[in-house]
Design a protein around this ligand. Structure first.
Ligand SMILES: [Ca+2]
Length: 154
């Protein structure tokens, strides 16, 4: 009976912390991780021809919903096979998104190129991992072929 009566207090406490989070900046409610994986276009639209434009139509968004800019140097993206993209120096502003395209291209604000000559994200099932420079996992997102070629990881 003592345990049972304690439960409502725990629930009330967690409800309180959730409402406090929701009351902070609007974007904070969507994801509490600050830096996280967003939308992933894991199946390049159309035939997978391996052309550079098709490779670049396969991409991952990383979103920073923390309140400050984050230096991504040393952060990694990794798939189930172990293919790894390591960020060079790139500062992602608060509320900003950076897109990592699979193929080759010239890095610019908001877009980085993995530089691969073949696809990285499997169409059937795979898991994207965002790994901090320390090696610890920051975020992950998985999908199967029941997803329509893309996955919204929020
Ligand atoms: Ca395709």
């Amino acid at each position: 009976m003592r345990i049972r009566s304690a439960v409502p207090a725990v629930l009330a406490a967690s409800a309180l912390s959730v409402s406090l989070l929701a009351a902070s900046p609007a974007t904070a409610a969507a994801h509490q991780g600050g830096l996280h994986l967003g939308y992933i276009q894991f199946d390049s639209p159309g035939s997978d021809t391996r052309s550079n434009s098709s490779l670049n139509a396969e991409w991952v968004n990383i979103h920073n919903n923390s309140g400050s800019a984050i230096q991504l140097k040393g952060y990694k993206l990794k798939d189930n096979t172990g293919y790894t993209y390591t960020f060079g120096s790139y500062k992602i502003g608060s509320g900003k998104t950076v897109k990592v395209r699979t193929g080759k291209g010239t890095n610019a604000s908001g877009v980085r190129y993995w530089g691969r000559g073949s696809y990285v994200w499997n169409n059937t099932s795979d898991k994207a991992r965002l790994i901090k420079p320390s090696g610890s996992l920051k975020d992950s997102c998985s999908w199967t072929n029941s997803n329509p070629g893309y996955k919204s990881c929020h």
